[in-house]
Design a protein around this ligand. Structure first.
Ligand code: CDV
Length: 318
């Protein structure tokens, strides 16, 4: 097993209140990037929709009235200092933000930036949770299906800082297809940002289960696909809504090797061994030797749960 170490940080962001400015948020991100750099990080993962409060909790009659939550360019005047810090420190980053394209399309997006401040990867969120209609009886809503289109870039893996990095966003981490699509493209590491409110409309999971299903998703994705997974979230109270935090790094063994413990801005750094995945890729998860895609067509042919498919020799009507 060859040892290849890489300094990896997840930077959890404490709640961002509606009145906080981009300039203030970017300053917080830069100070976490400096801490990560001092501890030997080469790449820092920031959350989903990092630059603003999690605005899909608010109903809006007019999407245009919410354009101030969106970035029209990246970098912009307000985000340029983050790119400058990356160049100065030689540290790359992953950043989630709301994207408004020149054609007026809206996506929940993340970018990957290398240690020279160059954008080396981009992803637009595919699994958008929540609803599109106004549920005004709720104290807060989850309107990602109203604010964003389903991402149109697929699940991409990008060569950046000498490693292959797959990108995802938040709810994607709960779907096994995502990690498999990225691992099949040779990803060493999957990076993702998230916003997980404790109280999600229609999803009445016990508070302790919110954290365990979050971590379980990272661990299962890492183990079953022989990849490292790094996930950074918001934490603490944002405009009265508690976000669960628990930003973490999972190893190809499925173990959590680093995790935040607080509810404020917090950086954790680990020197991951990329070579550790090789043993898994060459044994139990040697995809080329053991996968049987001829039996997996139901996964792409069928979206929701349905009836059992016929099995030769078993007549269910009899
Ligand atoms: N922003 C998200 O995608 N949040 C979802 C849930 C909580 C709605 C998540 O899977 O964390």
């Amino acid at each position: 097993m060859s040892k290849r170490t890489f300094g990896l940080a997840v930077a959890q962001v404490g709640g961002i209140q509606p009145e906080e400015t981009r300039v203030e948020v970017v300053a917080r991100l830069i100070s976490m990037m400096r801490v990560a750099h001092q501890r030997g990080a080469e790449l820092v993962v920031f959350p989903e929709l990092t630059l603003t409060t999690f605005f899909p909790r608010y109903w809006t009659e007019s999407l245009q009235a919410s354009d101030h939550y969106f970035e029209r360019e990246m970098p912009s005047g307000e985000t340029a200092p983050l790119f400058a810090a990356a160049r100065e420190l030689g540290v790359g980053f992953y950043l989630g933000y709301a994207e408004l394209t020149p054609e007026g399309r809206r996506f929940n997006t993340s970018i990957l930036v290398d240690g020279q401040g160059r954008i080396t990867g981009k992803y637009r969120k595919i699994h958008l949770p929540g609803h599109a209609d106004n549920r005004s009886n709720l104290t807060h809503q989850h309107l990602e299906k109203r604010y964003f289109e389903v991402g149109d870039l697929g699940f991409g893996v990008f060569e950046s800082q000498g490693i292959k990095i797959g990108m995802a966003l938040c709810n994607d981490r709960r779907w096994p297809e995502v990690y498999r699509a990225l691992s099949l493209q040779g990803a060493d590491l999957v990076v993702l940002g998230y916003n997980t409110p404790l109280d999600v409309p229609g999803w009445s999971e016990e508070p302790h289960a919110k954290m365990s299903t979050h971590l379980l998703s990272l661990q299962a994705g890492a183990y079953q696909n022989s990849v490292w997974v790094a996930a950074a979230g918001k934490s603490g109270t944002e405009d009265g809504v508690y976000m669960i935090g628990g930003s973490a790094i999972a190893a190809p063994s499925g173990e959590i090797v680093a995790k935040t413990i607080g509810d404020e801005d917090e950086v954790v750094v680990t020197h991951i061994d990329l070579g550790m995945a090789e043993m898994y890729r060459e044994s139990v998860f040697d995809f080329a030797a053991h996968r049987r895609p001829e039996n997996y067509s139901i996964i792409v042919d069928r979206v929701g749960r349905g009836e059992p498919v016929p099995v030769p020799g078993f007549d269910r009507e009899a």
